[in-house]
Design a protein around this ligand. Sequence first.
Ligand code: UGA
Length: 427
Amino acid sequence: MNICIVGAGYVGLTTAAVLANIGHTVYCTDRDATKIDKLKRGIVPIFEPGLTEMIALNQAEGRLFFGANVRRHMMNCPVVMIAVGTPSAKNGSADMRFVRCVVKDLSLVIRSPKTIIMKSTVPPGTADWIDTLLQEYGVSPDMFELASNPEFLREGSAIEDTVHPDRIIIGAKKKETALMVKELYHAIETKFLLTGRMEAELIKYASNAFLATKISFINEISRVCDVFNADITEVARGIGMDDRIGPKFLHAGLGYGGSCFPKDVNALNYSASSKEVELELLEAVMKINRSQLEIYMNKLNHKLGKNRDHVRIAVWGATFKENTDDIRYSQAIAFMKKLTKQGYEVYAYDPLVSPPIPSVVWCSDKYKAVVQADALVIATGWPELIEADWNRVKQLMKRNIVLDGRNCLDKKTMEAYGFELAGVGRP
Ligand code: UGA
């Protein structure tokens, strides 16, 4: 099958690579000509384990093509998959400007019947809105079928999640459309749910909202652990042994970030309130996530005392989680900003990124960042940080305070090195 994928971001590129890998001919297109030019030359603009290799293989075998002429590729393919961004607008809603643009372009080039597949995360009602929009732009309804097929991949394990997904959700008005979309994934063994379009759209938002709720829940319980001197990792382990709860996404830390959870919880909240439904639980989930950083700032302040003059903090990790170069809504960066605002000197290191942040000094290696540091904050759980030479770190630091914002260090081991370790909900 010839498939055109519009949008060469994390979702678009991974889906393009995997669909090509299972035998389809995929044309991945994006309005960003520079990005497309790089992709043509084998330069993948994002860091995602295994992606560069899979793209190269499928380009070499003639199944994956990149092009910046969005309309031409859409015109030539019977299947058009939309994978453009839906960032947060100022009022918390999903900004649908890029989707609207694709729909407009599409309306100009539909000469033969097309199946349009919505991969981007979009608010409930989007498929119906696109139906209307296309007709307003003069496209006859018998020239297209639109399916909602949300993506559940995680950055950092995007290929693995796409090749071995927990489930594939396909929302369509007609059964034939749903079955046609299902056929695209013929080589992927998983559970399929064929459902309505509105339901598919809501499954995506509700899944992310539920996962964010799990994180805020465990972060809230970590606050109780803090005051009762209990270890949240043990509590989470015990809770997770109940099959009804499960062990995943019960990792307490500085809170959730990234381009999905903050945006999607907000957008779901916006969609509900536009219909006068108040989401009290999700309001609390967002509130807990915001205050989580505050709590750890207070912990650090308490350990370091009132005088901030020339108090140096090393921060390890800047991305929103390990194994990605994505810094969107990164709690690590939010924490660095808070530290500089409080008057601390901040020396930071991340294995992949060094975004400009006023008053933050970026170091080229993790050991340089800890020289003469009063405290070290682990803000992202990168394996290379966890596996540091802690003897060396201890010798380079001025004082011995480590705030493990991702609960990724072993307390006993760190204490044996002579550190005073403060975690999230750990005695
Ligand atoms: C998330 C979902 O997990 C994917 O299923 C979904 O497809 C994606 O959003 C999306 O909507 O596109 P992602 O944002 O890549 O994926 O990353 P996650 O691994 O879910 O982590 C999100 C945030 O939660 C990170 O900041 C992470 O550090 C934090 N987190 C995660 C915790 O604080 N505790 C946990 O137990 C798990």
